[in-house]
Design a protein around this ligand. Structure first.
Ligand code: NAD
Ligand code: WQD
Length: 342
């Protein structure tokens, strides 16, 4: 049984991925400093899978601590690196927090990989690297644009760091997965997203409005050059996204990768507007939402959705869940979460 190190494994996408790894017979070992997650996530994972994953609380920016951890876990055969700070807005005000946390953590891991026995890395990248693409749907070969935020820049720089390390050491192999907009929660509602404070992201804002925590949803912009004037994104169910990580890990472990550094878009391939998300949420959950169209949000791009043909053909992965299913799971999780954590 392969042991997979999952950094940031108690976080939103990490916890769902740990569930899928366990379901596929892997041993998952989590390191997380709990800066943006909760230790009780382990209980949720255990209830879903019947297995409690290994866990160590650690800031992976601490090189000596990470080294001692890796020395104690020689059974690790691959790493999935989720741990990072992820608020676009916060990164504008605190760029050094983002450059330090997101880049030092990655460099520490790569250093351990170069000196140790682990050669496989799956990295959490983002569609943010494309900015506003010239052509839609966007393919992996589209140019990477100047980042709109320090957060976005850390993803671009991280991809460059990984590619450079692989050029220098051909024993290393990595897959960067460029996520579009992950939403929803595990259908059991035992794990999900835990946004701190006022959510930046659309779906947590919708569910918090539905439960009465927020007065109304502000639709940021109704005058974009889109069918209904609101922005378009590619929203994918987090469980589909989680499964793609297992596929990527198997590809590396089974040496099916075509080059030592590969990049894949992970989305549904379908663009959906903000107003369509709101209406689908209302319909799927038989609820009425209070929303109003306001001014544009600074830094937002108008529209982006993925060309997923490379992930479909090469990884054999395809997003299976509908937007309705994702929004039903998001609402179920919100209700469960309010009862449990508040
Ligand atoms: P999250 O905040 O829920 O999870 C990240 C986890 O990493 C948290 O549990 C946090 O406590 C931990 N962490 C942060 N810094 C750490 C450190 N130095 N040492 C140890 N643990 C640390 O975020 P998420 O939504 O699950 O995102 C996971 C990854 O996917 C991130 O790299 C993020 O940038 C990337 N990503 C997320 C999205 C999205 O919309 N959620 C989209 C594209 C890419
Ligand atoms: C989606 C749409 C908003 C909130 C961000 C990061 C990106 C990636 C995914 C990590 C946009 C609109 C939102 C609200 C709204 N993360 N909106 N009212 O901006 O596509 O991407 O998360 O890598 O890097 O930038 O996601 O969920 O914030 O917004 O109208 O209250 O919903 O304008 O069009 P976004 P989001």
């Amino acid at each position: 049984m392969d042991t997979i190190l999952v950094t940031g494994g108690t976080g939103y996408i990490g916890s769902h991925t740990v569930v899928e790894l366990i379901n596929e017979g892997f041993r998952a070992l989590i390191v997380d400093d709990l800066s943006n997650s909760n230790i009780e996530v382990l209980d949720g994972i255990e209830k879903i899978t019947g297995v409690r994953p290994g866990f160590e609380k650690m800031d992976i920016c601490n090189g000596p601590l990470l080294k001692s951890f890796m020395d104690r876990h020689k059974d690790i055969t691959a790493i999935i690196h989720f741990a990072a700070s992820k608020s676009v807005e916060e990164s504008v005000g605190k760029p050094l927090k983002y450059y330090r946390n997101n880049l030092v953590s990655l460099m520490n891991l790569l250093e351990e990989m170069q000196t140790g026995s682990v050669s496989n890395l799956v990295f959490s990248s983002s569609c943010t690297v494309y900015g506003q693409p010239d052509k839609l749907p966007v393919t992996e070969s589209a140019p990477v644009k100047k980042a709109e935020s320090p957060y976005g820049n850390t993803k671009k720089i991280s991809e460059d760091i990984i590619a450079d390390c692989i050029k220098a050491d051909n024993s290393l192999k990595s897959i960067s997965l460029r996520y579009f907009n992950p939403i929803g929660a595990h259908p059991s509602a035992l794990i999900g997203e835990l946004p701190g404070g006022i959510p930046d992201n659309l779906v947590p804002f919708i569910t918090q409005t539905a439960i009465g925590m927020r007065k109304e949803i502000k639709v940021f912009g109704g005058d974009y050059n889109t069918s209904d004037g609101s922005c378009i994104r590619d929203y994918l169910h987090v469980t589909d996204l989680a499964k793609a990580h297992v596929v990527a890990i198997k590809r590396l472990l089974e040496k099916r990768n075509k080059s030592n550094y590969e990049v894949f878009n992970l989305g549904t391939g379908k663009g959906v507007s903000v107003l369509e998300v709101i209406k689908t949420f209302e319909r799927a959950n038989s609820l009425t939402l209070n929303y109003k169209i306001t001014g544009r949000r600074a830094g937002d791009i108008e529209q982006v959705w993925a060309d997923t043909s490379l992930a479909n053909s090469e990884l054999g992965w395809k997003a299976e869940s509908s937007l309705e299913e994702a929004l039903i799971s998001a609402w179920k999780w919100e209700q469960h979460y309010r009862k449990k954590y508040k």
